[in-house]
Design a binder for this molecule. Sequence first.
Ligand SMILES: Cc1ncc(COP(=O)(O)O)c(C=O)c1O
Length: 433
Amino acid sequence: MNKNEILAKQEEYLWPNHLLYYTDPLPLDHGDGLYVWDVDGTKYLDFFAGILTNSVGHNHPLVVEKMREQISKLVHSSTLYPNENHVNLAEKIASIAPGALQTSFFTNSGTEANETAVMLAKAYTGEQEIIALRHGYSGRSALAMGLMGQSEWRIGPSQIPGISHAINPYCYRCPLKMTYPECGVACAEDIEDVIKTTTSGRIAGFMVEPIQGVGGFITPPKEYFKIASEIVEHYGGLFICDEVQTGFGRTGQHWFGIEHWGVEPDIMTMAKGIAGGMPMGNTITTLEIASELVGKGMSISTFGGNPVSCAAALGTIEVMETEANPNHVADVGSRLQSGLEQLWDKYPLIGDVRGKGLMQGIELVKDRNTKEPAPDAVSEIFEQTRSYGLLIGKGGLYGNVLRISPPLTANNDHVDEALVILDHAFAKVQEDF
Ligand SMILES: Cc1ncc(COP(=O)(O)O)c(C=O)c1O
């Protein structure tokens, strides 16, 4: 099918509220490593990786082979029947997850993983209230929309009783109008204030992303999670860490984002990059916490732990270990970050560069003093980078953050190629602002 035929059917048969990137949407056809091609044969360097999900690039031969092998044996079984790939994947993730996190429940998406985590925290603590953060993103179910802290992503009246939102550690736009480090990370103390003033004083858990992804790669200061987790523990809650974007080496140096802050979660959720593009979610916790559900009700997931998705995940982690381990991500990520900082020196449109590893955000502003958000500049940068053959992402409550997050198999040459394109794009767009 050609582009126009695809777009015509998209309009006729898919809900019009599907968010599509670019004023002229871009139907993709195939991929190879760091590159994808559209249906017209135009090649793009992919620095968004299907929303941080093609974690080892497109169609990695090892992942494809593992899937092919499994497809010819057994495509589906459901969680009713134990399966070799399912248990091996759970064992592998336990070996790389921090602390005592050992036992997994696989589902199909980040949303489901978060739902499962909240259900478990409520069962374990016997409490019902959850604290989340403003600017957070948790998924697209009713509960997940209630957990998130961004009105734009909430469809309809999605307030869920029992969820309260604390302010987030957004240093570039501090909600307390303070400056780090003199602030003493006062934002973390808001969690206690919210518990004391808006809940019964007893909570089931605190759901948080180590780096807020859709929120615009907001990266908390190094002290934040220790203070936060102590408060949460004091009020009887579990620390639920949403690693849907930050997991599996994305932030460099460690396998999971929260490890940068030296805090061990009670429950961790993961999805996106876990299976290199195959649908999968997982909720991992300790044996003690998971055991609480025994005898409390039945639970299955029809597609959870699908043997083909598990084969893809096992292959993906193997590639990460051999070609794209967290140290590689840290090295390539620091080249990317310093390149972006050089763009900051050149272009006043760039207000902030932040992130870790291969999860780098650039916040665009009309004026560095007023920090007035520049979402129009993001749209223009999008069109320019596309025309030069680079795909990137966007986000942020104000729609003014570029999200740069290539597959973890990216090397220095890919980074340099992307930086040259970004430089050209900014040179053009800066003139209009
Ligand atoms: C941090 C985070 N949690 C949860 C989700 C929901 O995941 P999914 O879209 O797989 O349901 C997302 C999706 O972007 C996310 O970024």
